[in-house]
Design a protein around this ligand. Structure first.
Ligand code: BTN
Length: 269
């Protein structure tokens, strides 16, 4: 990585009043990964947002990489310290998904947005955002939590081919490019709102909202845990955020898996 680029963070004051987020965010031209940066840095106040135009080692779920050309995506992470006896870690993933959903709806009203278990936001049935929550214990009572969010903004439709055919961007959806900041600000505002809900009311209202936004809940899905693909009905969420699948052989709970909707066969008369 070019360390000189990494050092050149600009500080920007968020253009709205924050309750939980720190009002000043850091913007790097280039960094290895905004998540990795916040997991190893000990000097930032809780609520700090770190954004990058480009990540040399962007991290995705299940040990995958997260690749994006310079300035085409919104790549940012939020640093929190939390007492996780109050909130389970998965609550932050659902919180981020709900907030990204609401923030994007503000930018593209009436659009077909939904959340997908465990950590995606879909636009027109295609992935527009991925979320990676990571944590590190600071003490017996305190944990460093980093919520990492990648939103596809200005990739052209032609970018989403072959392996990437299940993805989309706001540009591919609208047919016009968008200023990244015009998306970042409403999304951060929605995150700040949901963090306040979490602090004041706990995770329950966020999970309820997530369930309303999850169109595959109650439907036939295929769950691929890397070893086998199981089909069944997505019944609901386990108390620890796992996906409960009702199969012909009973209920199974999944924690790390990819889920896809199964088209219902029309019934023959
Ligand atoms: C996934 O869907 O696999 C999760 C992708 C998360 C990507 C974001 S981009 C900003 C932050 N920094 C990272 O290295 N990863 C997250």
């Amino acid at each position: 990585m070019d360390r000189s680029k990494q050092k050149s963070a600009q500080i920007r004051t968020l253009p709205f009043e924050t309750r939980i987020l720190h009002p000043q965010m850091l913007h790097f031209a280039q960094i290895d990964s905004t998540n990795s940066y916040l997991l190893r840095q000990h000097v930032h106040p809780p609520g700090t947002v770190v954004m990058a135009d480009y990540q040399t080692h962007g991290k995705g779920r299940l040990g995958r990489s997260w690749l994006s050309k310079e300035s085409e995506s919104l790549l940012f992470s939020i640093y929190l310290t939390e007492n996780l006896h109050h909130y389970p870690l998965y609550a932050f993933t659902f919180l981020a998904a709900v907030a990204v959903h609401d923030g994007l709806l503000h930018c593209i009203p009436n659009s077909a947005l939904e959340v997908k278990w465990p950590n995606d936001v879909l636009l027109n049935g295609k992935k527009v955002c991925g979320i990676l929550v990571q944590s590190r214990m600071l003490s017996a009572n305190e944990t460093r939590v980093v919520i990492g969010i990648g939103i596809n903004i200005n990739q052209p439709a032609s970018f989403f081919q072959n392996d990437l055919r299940f993805g989309t961007s706001l540009f591919a959806y609208r047919g016009e490019p968008l200023e990244r900041r015009a998306v970042l600000d409403p999304v951060l505002q929605a995150i700040d709102r949901q963090l306040l809900v979490l602090r004041e009311q706990g995770a329950a209202p966020i999970l309820e909202k997530w369930k309303r936004y999850c169109h595959s809940l109650g439907k036939s899905v295929a769950v691929d845990d890397g070893q086998q693909i199981q089909r069944g009905i997505f019944l609901g969420l386990a108390p620890d955020g796992g996906l409960i699948l009702q199969t012909a052989n009973g209920k199974n709970i999944f924690y790390a898996a990819d889920v896809s909707l199964v088209k219902e066969e029309p019934e023959c008369s």
